[in-house]
Ligand binder design. Sequence first.
Ligand SMILES: [Zn+2]
Length: 130
Amino acid sequence: MSHAYGQVRFSDGLVLHYRYYGTVDMALDALFDTASGVYDDWRSHTARACVCGKDEPVEIATEYGSGFSWNGRACRHCMAITAGFSPYEKTESGYVVKRDGLPDWWVSGEEEFDITTTVEEQASSFDDLW
Ligand SMILES: [Zn+2]
Protein backbone atom coordinates (compact mmCIF):
# COMPACT_ATOMS: atom_id res chain seq x y z
CA MET A 1 0.00 0.00 0.00
CA SER A 2 1.70 3.16 -1.16
CA HIS A 3 -0.98 5.71 -0.38
CA ALA A 4 -2.48 6.39 3.02
CA TYR A 5 -5.00 8.57 4.73
CA GLY A 6 -3.95 11.51 6.89
CA GLN A 7 -5.23 14.39 9.02
CA VAL A 8 -4.08 17.99 9.53
CA ARG A 9 -4.84 19.81 12.79
CA PHE A 10 -4.98 23.61 13.10
CA SER A 11 -4.20 25.39 16.39
CA ASP A 12 -7.91 25.97 17.12
CA GLY A 13 -8.65 22.26 16.81
CA LEU A 14 -9.99 22.16 13.25
CA VAL A 15 -9.08 18.83 11.63
CA LEU A 16 -9.00 18.46 7.84
CA HIS A 17 -8.14 15.42 5.72
CA TYR A 18 -5.53 14.64 3.07
CA ARG A 19 -3.73 11.82 1.26
CA TYR A 20 -0.20 10.72 2.17
CA TYR A 21 1.97 9.33 -0.64
CA GLY A 22 4.04 6.67 1.13
CA THR A 23 6.24 5.68 -1.81
CA VAL A 24 8.01 9.05 -1.80
CA ASP A 25 7.17 9.91 1.85
CA MET A 26 5.24 13.10 1.28
CA ALA A 27 1.78 14.57 1.78
CA LEU A 28 -0.30 15.61 -1.21
CA ASP A 29 -1.38 19.26 -1.05
CA ALA A 30 -5.18 19.08 -1.25
CA LEU A 31 -7.20 19.20 1.99
CA PHE A 32 -10.77 17.94 2.36
CA ASP A 33 -13.56 18.48 4.92
CA THR A 34 -14.17 14.76 5.25
CA ALA A 35 -12.31 11.47 4.90
CA SER A 36 -14.64 10.50 2.08
CA GLY A 37 -13.48 13.62 0.21
CA VAL A 38 -10.01 12.09 0.14
CA TYR A 39 -11.50 8.91 -1.27
CA ASP A 40 -13.44 10.75 -3.96
CA ASP A 41 -10.21 12.40 -5.14
CA TRP A 42 -8.29 9.11 -5.13
CA ARG A 43 -7.79 8.62 -8.85
CA SER A 44 -7.80 12.23 -10.02
CA HIS A 45 -5.60 14.07 -7.56
CA THR A 46 -6.58 17.70 -7.26
CA ALA A 47 -3.57 20.03 -6.99
CA ARG A 48 -4.05 22.91 -4.57
CA ALA A 49 -2.01 25.95 -3.53
CA CYS A 50 -2.62 28.81 -1.11
CA VAL A 51 -3.34 32.04 -2.97
CA CYS A 52 -4.47 34.17 0.01
CA GLY A 53 -1.29 34.06 2.11
CA LYS A 54 -3.21 33.19 5.30
CA ASP A 55 -1.65 29.79 5.88
CA GLU A 56 -1.02 28.76 9.51
CA PRO A 57 1.23 26.41 11.45
CA VAL A 58 -0.37 22.96 11.67
CA GLU A 59 0.38 19.44 12.80
CA ILE A 60 0.25 16.83 10.07
CA ALA A 61 -0.30 13.13 10.80
CA THR A 62 -0.75 9.96 8.80
CA GLU A 63 -1.62 6.39 9.66
CA TYR A 64 0.96 5.21 7.08
CA GLY A 65 3.17 2.51 8.54
CA SER A 66 2.53 2.53 12.27
CA GLY A 67 1.53 6.21 12.13
CA PHE A 68 3.56 9.37 12.68
CA SER A 69 3.22 13.15 12.76
CA TRP A 70 5.23 16.30 12.09
CA ASN A 71 4.88 20.08 11.82
CA GLY A 72 3.92 21.99 8.69
CA ARG A 73 1.74 24.81 7.41
CA ALA A 74 -1.68 24.80 5.75
CA CYS A 75 -4.41 27.19 4.65
CA ARG A 76 -8.01 26.46 5.68
CA HIS A 77 -9.33 29.03 3.20
CA CYS A 78 -7.59 27.53 0.16
CA MET A 79 -7.82 23.96 1.58
CA ALA A 80 -4.13 23.34 0.92
CA ILE A 81 -1.03 22.16 2.75
CA THR A 82 1.63 24.82 2.05
CA ALA A 83 4.73 23.53 3.85
CA GLY A 84 5.93 20.37 5.55
CA PHE A 85 4.97 17.98 2.75
CA SER A 86 7.75 15.67 3.86
CA PRO A 87 8.22 14.67 7.52
CA TYR A 88 11.92 15.42 7.00
CA GLU A 89 11.65 18.80 5.28
CA LYS A 90 13.84 21.71 6.35
CA THR A 91 11.72 24.76 7.20
CA GLU A 92 12.38 28.31 8.39
CA SER A 93 12.25 27.03 11.97
CA GLY A 94 14.73 24.22 11.31
CA TYR A 95 14.42 20.58 10.36
CA VAL A 96 11.00 19.05 10.83
CA VAL A 97 11.37 15.86 12.78
CA LYS A 98 8.96 12.98 12.38
CA ARG A 99 7.22 11.89 15.60
CA ASP A 100 6.31 8.20 15.80
CA GLY A 101 2.76 7.11 16.54
CA LEU A 102 -0.56 8.78 15.92
CA PRO A 103 -0.91 12.07 17.88
CA ASP A 104 -3.37 12.59 20.77
CA TRP A 105 -5.58 14.73 18.55
CA TRP A 106 -6.03 12.06 15.84
CA VAL A 107 -9.78 11.72 15.13
CA SER A 108 -10.50 8.00 14.90
CA GLY A 109 -13.66 6.74 13.30
CA GLU A 110 -13.28 9.21 10.44
CA GLU A 111 -12.00 6.48 8.16
CA GLU A 112 -15.28 5.40 6.65
CA PHE A 113 -13.62 3.16 4.11
CA ASP A 114 -10.79 0.68 3.69
CA ILE A 115 -8.46 2.38 1.25
CA THR A 116 -6.43 -0.76 0.48
CA THR A 117 -9.52 -2.73 -0.46
CA THR A 118 -10.96 0.16 -2.41
CA VAL A 119 -7.85 0.68 -4.51
CA GLU A 120 -7.63 -3.01 -5.32
CA GLU A 121 -11.29 -3.08 -6.26
CA GLN A 122 -10.80 -0.04 -8.45
CA ALA A 123 -7.74 -1.65 -10.09
CA SER A 124 -9.61 -4.86 -10.84
CA SER A 125 -12.58 -3.00 -12.23
CA PHE A 126 -10.17 -0.97 -14.36
CA ASP A 127 -8.61 -4.19 -15.67
CA ASP A 128 -12.07 -5.37 -16.66
CA LEU A 129 -12.26 -2.47 -19.08
CA TRP A 130 -9.35 -3.94 -21.07
ZN1 LIG B 1 -4.79 30.52 1.41
